[in-house]
Ligand binder design. Structure first.
Ligand code: TPP
Ligand code: MG
Length: 579
C-alpha cells in the first residue's frame, strides 16, 4: 500500500472487500451470480450482508451464463464471481459465450499471489488468469491496490456496456481483499460511471443512403437480430416495420420484438423471403453462419456467391462488422435506438409501402405453411412427437405471454423455435450465436431472478444434462421455473446402434426411459412424468400458475429426431456423402 493512503490511527477504515461491494452498488449492481471458495468466500458473505443478492450455483459455468443472461435482459453488466484457476476456467466458457453473443457481463475472479504465480513457484490454484482471459473477452483488467478498485470496476463496466456489449474479465488477487485504507479516501476513490453506453448517432448521409435504398426496393425485408432485442428500442422498431409496411424476419432471440402473429411477420415464409428479397435491412443481426453468411441457395444465389439482385442495409454499432461476409451497400453505424429513430424521422405519410405483389405473395405462402403446421400440431400421436408436445407449450405461452422461454437442444430447439410463438420482447433466451449446449439452467435462473416472471425451459435431454444439477439452485431459491425435458433417450434420437457391435450403446444414446423428474423431487420441487399431451398440459399449467420449481419429464418418440436437428448439412459426413 502506498504511503499517502496510510490512515491516521483512529480514522475509520475500509478494506478491499468493502470497496468491491461499494463500487458495484454505486453502479446499480444488485445481484451477483457465483460460487464461493478461497479467496472469495468472505466476499460473498459480505455482499449478502451489504444487501446484494448473491445467487450461489453448483458450477461456475452456470453462474456465468446467468450473469450473461441478466446482462442481456437488463442492459446492466451481469456479474459472475468465481474462485481462482479451476473456478475461473469453469466460468470462462460463459464469458467467451457472452462475448460472442454481445451480452454484457463481468467475470470477477479471485486469483492467487502474483509474486508466486509469476515466478511459477506452484501456488495454490496457480494460473496467469489475466493472460488466459484476454483473448476470450472484450477487455481484461487486474487490480492490485485497494485504492484502484473504483477505477477497475468502472473500466470493467464501461468495457462491458459501451459499443458492442460483451464479456469483461476483472482479476482480483487474494491479497487485495484484506488491504485496508482510510474509509473516506476509499469512498472518494470509487467511480459512478456516467453514461456507460453512450448513444452513437448515425451520420445523416448514411441515414439518407439507407432510406433511399429502402424506398426504391421492390421486395424489401427487415431482419431483426438479438442486438435489436437488446437495444430496448421496441416501440420504434415496431413503428419502423409498421410505417414502412416492410415484412420482417426475427432471428430466434428477436422473436416477440413484434408479436409472432403480426401480419408483417415473414417467419412462416422464411425461405421465400430470404431468396427473393431485393433489399434486406439487417438490424442488430450479423451475416454469420446462422444466416448462411448472406450467400448461396438460402439467398437465391449459387453456392459460395451472393445474390446479384440483392442489396443490404446494415445497422450495427460496430463499423468492423460491415462487409464481413458480403458487400453492404448502405452501412448505418450507430446504436440501434438512434439509428432506427433517425430512419423513422425520414419516413413520412408519402412513404410508398412495398408492392402488393411482394407482400401478397408472402401472405399466401404464410397461410399455406401455417395451415400445414396447424394440421401437424393437431395430431396427437403416442408417444408424443416434438410437435405435439410443443403445441401444448405454444398454448401456454400464448396464455402467459409474459413468461420467459429458455430453449436448448437440437430437434427440441429447432422445432420449438418455429412452433412456440413469442408475443413480447426479450422473452426468449436460447443457444445463441455458438449454438452452445449448457445455457439452460443458468439462463432460467437469471430470467427468474431478474424479472420475477414464470420461466419455461424447453430442454433436450442431452442439453439439460449440461446444467441439470442446477435444479437444486432453482429449488433452493424457490424460483418460478418449469423445466420440460424432451426425453427422446439421447442426442438427436435414442435409436442409434453401436457400429462396432459391442455391448456399449452408441455414443448418442442415453439410459432408456430415464426419469429426470426424480431429480427435481430430490430437492423438494415438483416432478412430473408426462407421456401424453394432456398430462403435459395439466402439469405445465399448474407449474406456471403455482410458480413452484417443476420438472416435467416429457416422453418423446425416440425415433422422431433428425441428426443435428436442422443443421445436418454442417456435419463433415454430409460433405463426404456429396462427393
Ligand atoms: C457445449 C456443446 N457441446 C456439444 C454440442 C453438440 N450438440 C449439439 S446439439 C446437442 C444435443 C442434442 O440432443 P438433445 O439436447 O437431446 O436434443 P434433441 O435433438 O434430442 O431434441 C449436442 C451435444 C454443443 N452444441 N455444445
Ligand atoms: Mg434428446
Amino acid at each position: 500500500m502506498s504511503s499517502q493512503t496510510l490512515p491516521a490511527d483512529d480514522a475509520p477504515q475500509t478494506d478491499g472487500f468493502r470497496l468491491v461491494i461499494d463500487a458495484l452498488k454505486l453502479n446499480g449492481i444488485d445481484t451477483v451470480f457465483g460460487l464461493p471458495g478461497i479467496p472469495i468466500t468472505d466476499l460473498t458473505r459480505k455482499m449478502q450482508a451489504q444487501g446484494l443478492r448473491v445467487i450461489s450455483f453448483r458450477h461456475e459455468q452456470h453462474a456465468g451464463n446467468a450473469a450473461a443472461a441478466a446482462g442481456f435482459l437488463t442492459q446492466k453488466p451481469g456479474i459472475c464471481l468465481t474462485v481462482s484457476a479451476p473456478g475461473f476456467l469453469n466460468g470462462l466458457t460463459a464469458l467467451a459465450n457472452a462475448t460472442v453473443n454481445c451480452f454484457p457481463m463481468i467475470l470477477i475472479s479471485g486469483s492467487s499471489e502474483r509474486e508466486v504465480v509469476d515466478l511459477q513457484q506452484g501456488d495454490y490454484e496457480e494460473m496467469d488468469q489475466l493472460a488466459i482471459a484476454k483473448p476470450l473477452c472484450k477487455a481484461a483488467f487486474r487490480v492490485l491496490h485497494a485504492q484502484d478498485i473504483g477505477v477497475g470496476v468502472a473500466r470493467a463496466i464501461r468495457a462491458a456496456l459501451s459499443g458492442r456489449p460483451g464479456g469483461v474479465y476483472l482479476d482480483l488477487p487474494a491479497k487485495l481483499f484484506s488491504q485496508s485504507m482510510d474509509a473516506e479516501a476509499g469512498r472518494k476513490s470509487l467511480i459512478e460511471v456516467v453514461d456507460p453506453a453512450p448513444r452513437q448517432i448515425p451520420a445523416p448521409d448514411a441515414v439518407e443512403r439507407a432510406l433511399a435504398l429502402l424506398e426504391g426496393a421492390k421486395r424489401p425485408l427487415i431482419l431483426l437480430g438479438k442486438g435489436a432485442a437488446y437495444a430496448q428500442a421496441d416501440a420504434d422498431i415496431r413503428a419502423l416495420v409498421e410505417k414502412t409496411g416492410i415484412p420482417y424476419l426475427p432471428m430466434s432471440m428477436a422473436k416477440g420484438l413484434l408479436p409472432d402473429n403480426h401480419a408483417l411477420s415473414a417467419s412462416a415464409a422464411r425461405s421465400h423471403v430470404l431468396a427473393e428479397a431485393d433489399v434486406v435491412m439487417l438490424i442488430g443481426a450479423r451475416l454469420n453462419w446462422l444466416l448462411s453468411h448472406g450467400k448461396g441457395k438460402t439467398w437465391g444465389a449459387d453456392k459460395g456467391t451472393s445474390n446479384k439482385n440483392q442489396q443490404f442495409i446494415q445497422i450495427d454499432i460496430a463499423p468492423t462488422e460491415i462487409d464481413s461476409n458480403v458487400a453492404i451497400a448502405a452501412p448505418l453505424i450507430g446504436d440501434i435506438g438512434s439509428c432506427v429513430s433517425a430512419l423513422l424521422a425520414g419516413i413520412d405519410a408519402k412513404w410508398a409501402k412495398p408492392p402488393a405483389e411482394w407482400t401478397g405473395g408472402i401472405a399466401e405462402r404464410k397461410d399455406k405453411n401455417l395451415s400445414k403446421m396447424a394440421a401437424t400440431l393437431e395430431l396427437d400421436p403416442s408417444p408424443m412427437s416434438f410437435q405435439s408436445a410443443l403445441a401444448v407449450i405454444r398454448d401456454q405461452v400464448k396464455a402467459r405471454p409474459d413468461a420467459i422461454v429458455v430453449n436448448e437442444g437440437a430437434n427440441t430447439l429447432d422445432f420449438a423455435r418455429s412452433i412456440v410463438d413469442m408475443y413480447e420482447p426479450r422473452k426468449r433466451l436460447d443457444v445463441g450465436t455458438w449454438g452452445i449446449m449448457g445455457i439452460g439452467m443458468g439462463f432460467a435462473v437469471a430470467a427468474a431472478v431478474t424479472t420475477g416472471k414464470p420461466v419455461i425451459a424447453i430442454e433436450g435431454d442431452s442439453a439439460f444434462g449440461f446444467s441439470g444439477m442446477e435444479v437444486e439452485t432453482i429449488c433452493r431459491y424457490n424460483l418460478p421455473v418449469c423445466v420440460i425435458v424432451f426425453n427422446n433417450n439421447g442426442i438427436y434420437r435414442g435409436t442409434d446402434v453401436n457400429l462396432g457391435g459391442g455391448a456399449d450403446v452408441a455414443p448418442t444414446v442415453f439410459v432408456k426411459n430415464a426419469r429426470y423428474d426424480k431429480l427435481m423431487e430430490a430437492f423438494g420441487g415438483v416432478g412430473v412424468h408426462a407421456t401424453t399431451r394432456e398430462e403435459l398440459r395439466a402439469a405445465l399449467t399448474e407449474a406456471v400458475a403455482s410458480g413452484k420449481p417443476t420438472l416435467i419429464n416429457a416422453v418423446i418418440d425416440e425415433a422422431a429426431g433428425t441428426e443435428s436437428g436442422r443443421i445436418t448439412s454442417l456435419n463433415p459426413q454430409a460433405a463426404a456423402k456429396k462427393k
